[in-house]
Design a protein around this ligand. Structure first.
Ligand SMILES: Cc1ncc(COP(=O)(O)O)c(C=O)c1O
Length: 408
């Protein structure tokens, strides 16, 4: 039994799921192969509790954009530890970070901080309701675990009565949004949506279409940039697609993994915060604020996003070439900062099985990925070349295994 498996047995005695985050839940079909517990990480690599080394393409589910233990960020944080983590009154660092965000994100004139992505979204929803005096929302994508983003069904702990306040739409479905607005805009405070869902549609037509509809029907437009912010570009998806929301939520990539989120936008809306109480003890915690300031400064100085696109494109090109060489029906798509490789046979069961087997082979060869290939500033050409070599043999083993499996 591996140390990962032993630790999971132990964890499950004390921690439901054995972990805190849904996406980190161990997949038992990969037991003995998938690294369930990580010991340490540096750059684009981590080492699991069995001493195995991985090149990571999950990057802590998005936040680590420069690389793990990025010296300049961590040194700044260490200096701040000497001064204090949390004070009895505000820290001037809050102003420094607010200034930077308003400089780099086109739509943000004022901003406040929280801890998780879900907090930023919840604050924006409360703010939009308070500002417009309307209760209902239209929402799209995963926005977090709070009651306002989860459909209430018997037993899941979310009051079913809240469902009447929320319309959920599919990414790209402008027609459905317009239908809802036609019928009920006078009760709708805002549309809260991910501006890009990391799938094939990289056109930006959906967020741009929503901007038009929001203006036409007089509702606020909120971008949930928790995953896209500071990743697609320093100004997020709104800069990348050139579309201006009224409010936005940010979290993951803004502080290279330190826990902080932000919500902000139009000054006239943000001023409404003078009248309502959105507050949290740890929202002004200085280490994460310091990490965010340093991360944003590095992003500006080093042209991080150019690098992410370059290495991401190299990966995508490599995947396509390898798939062609092996005669595999595959789809390589998305934006290079977090692209995808999917099998594309008519038989969905076959696609799913091949995907499972490919992940297994990649784990075995020291590549850690799931669904999307998140790259960081620490993924250099050398690592991408190593990844493509390993990907090629993983794909070969996958196909061999699949053929053998189907002969039995
Ligand atoms: C688009 C989006 N919004 C909100 C969230 C929730 O963020 P957090 O887990 O930090 O609360 C996530 C998390 O994955 C997300 O991807």
């Amino acid at each position: 039994m591996t140390n990962s498996e032993k630790l999971l047995n132990e964890a499950l005695k004390f921690i439901p799921w054995g972990t805190q985050t849904n996406a980190k839940r161990p997949i038992m079909d990969y037991a003995g192969i998938m690294p369930f517990f990580v010991e340490r990480a540096k750059g684009c690599r981590f080492w699991d509790v069995d001493g195995r080394e991985f090149i990571d393409y999950r990057m802590a589910l998005g936040p680590v954009i420069l690389g793990y233990c990025y010296d300049e960020v961590d040194e700044a944080v260490k200096r701040q530890i000497e001064k204090g983590v949390l004070f009895s009154m505000a820290s001037p660092l809050e102003i420094e970070l607010a200034k930077r965000i308003t400089q780099v994100v086109p739509s943000v004139e004022m901003v406040r901080f929280m801890k998780n992505g879900v907090d930023a979204n919840a604050c924006n929803i409360r703010l939009a309701r308070s500002f417009t005096g309307k209760d209902k929302i239209i929402r799209c994508g995963y926005n977090g675990y709070h009651d306002w983003f989860v459909t209430g069904v018997k037993g899941n702990g979310v009051p079913e009565i809240l469902n009447s306040c929320v319309y959920e739409v599919k990414y790209g479905d402008l027609e459905e949004v317009e239908k809802i607005l036609k019928r009920d805009a006078h009760n709708i405070a805002c549309i809260l949506t991910v501006p890009y869902d990391f799938n094939e549609d990289t056109s930006g037509d959906f967020p741009r279409g929503l901007r038009k509809l929001a203006d036409e029907y007089d509702v606020l437009l909120i971008f949930d940039e928790v995953l896209t912010g500071f990743r697609l570009s320093i100004g997020g998806a709104q800069e990348f697609f050139n579309v201006k929301p009224d409010l936005s939520s940010f979290a993951k990539a803004m502080a290279n993994g330190y826990p902080i989120s932000a919500y902000g936008g139009r000054k006239d809306i943000m001023k409404k915060l003078d009248d309502i109480v959105l507050t949290a003890t740890y929202a002004g915690e200085t280490l994460s604020i310091c990490a965010a300031i340093t991360t944003i400064d590095i992003m500006k100085r080093e042209k991080i996003h150019q690098h992410l696109f370059n290495v991401g494109e190299m990966l995508m090109k490599g995947f396509s070439e390898i798939a062609i060489r092996f005669g595999v029906e595959a789809k390589v798509g998305g934006l290079p900062v977090a692209s995808f490789f999917l099998f594309n046979y008519k038989d969905e069961k076959k696609n799913k099985r091949l995907h499972f087997l490919l992940n297994r082979e990649l784990f075995k060869s020291g590549i850690f990925v799931y669904d999307r290939w998140f790259v960081s500033f620490s993924h250099k050409e050398k690592e991408v070349t190593e990844t493509l070599e390993k990907f090629e043999s993983a794909l070969k083993n996958t196909l061999d295994f699949y053929v053998r499996e189907n002969l039995l």
